[in-house]
Design a protein around this ligand. Structure first.
Ligand code: GLU
Length: 293
């Protein structure tokens, strides 16, 4: 009989060190850790620090302190995205060579005023599942000669996925397998809902979407366990995985921990972090109870 090699289950918690971890991060980290232990797999940690302007070594240290205090341990070495920029550039280059991405020259301000002018007389500009206006399609239509001229002139630009061409290149309906707290089963991916997503910015060598698929493959991640706020982003990840011939993990999007106002916790809104609860004398067991574990 032929032995089918079974891949060792690998889970990862992938925070960004751009603020203190909050209770939602605690839930995500603990779920990943406990599901990995139950499956006889590995629990990995990835520091998502591509945004060098907002990520700091102190916040990174805080992540290690908080996770250790929660009683979690993870495999070494920790993968830090800032140490892998060439890997993301290689992935981007593959897409450039296939004509699936283009240099996009409109600034955020230009997009904003374009949308505002359009909506001034009651019409509504299409938005992505997070509510952000889709990128206007002008750059997609530029000729190669004009692109070349703008690039040579040193004009600032990002790189965006040409969604129309990317969908044609993928040439198959895309799905993912989901076992989380929302919709489960085989979920049809709808990357078109996101428009021409940005894959690399003028001020950061990769975007979240590009680096997350490259890293999940590089770390042999078999199970992606993360918050329901990233459920719809999985559509983009499945498209990029298909275009870059990367393996498809299983997905589990868990419930979010909400604040007292019923809204999603956020670092930027100064929601109480794990460290603050610790200073106030809460024990790890009490924290687990507080987040419903
Ligand atoms: N770095 C992302 C965050 O902190 C998580 C990305 C992921 O789990 O795919 O929200």
């Amino acid at each position: 009989m032929i032995e089918i090699p079974r891949q060792k289950p690998k889970f990862r918690f992938a925070p960004s060190p751009n603020g203190p971890l909050h209770l939602g991060h605690a839930l995500s980290a603990i779920l990943n850790h406990d599901m990995a232990a139950k499956a006889g797999g590995d629990f990995l940690l990835r520091i998502e620090d591509i945004d060098q302007a907002r990520c700091t070594p102190d916040f990174e240290k805080g992540i290690y302190t908080d996770l250790s205090w929660l009683g979690l341990s993870w495999q070494q070495p920790v993968r830090r995205q800032s140490e892998h920029f060439p890997a993301y550039q290689t992935a981007l280059q593959t897409l450039v060579e296939r004509g699936l991405v283009y240099p996009a020259f409109l600034t955020r301000g230009e997009v904003k005023s374009r949308v505002a002018a359009f909506e001034a007389d009651g019409k509504s500009w299409p938005r992505d599942p997070d509510g952000t206006p889709l990128y206007p399609l002008d750059d997609r239509e530029r000729s190669d000669a004009e692109r070349q001229r703008l690039l040579v002139s040193g004009m600032k630009h990002s790189w965006r996925l040409d969604m129309k061409r990317a969908l044609a290149a993928a040439d198959e309906p895309l799905y993912w397998r989901e076992s989380g707290d929302g919709e489960t089963g085989t979920i049809p991916a709808d990357p078109a809902a996101w428009g021409d997503v940005v894959l690399s910015r003028s001020d950061a060598p990769s975007s979240y979407h590009l680096s997350v698929v490259v890293d999940d493959a590089a770390q042999d991640i078999t199970h992606v366990v993360r918050g329901l706020d990233l459920f719809h982003a999985t559509s983009i990840h499945r498209l990029l995985q298909t275009l870059l011939s990367l393996p498809e993990p299983l997905y589990h999007h868990h419930r979010l921990v909400l604040g007292e106002d019923g809204k999603k916790l956020s670092k930027s809104m100064g929601d109480t972090g794990i460290a603050e609860w610790r200073r106030q004398g809460l024990s790890p067991a009490e924290l687990r109870r507080r987040i419903g574990l």
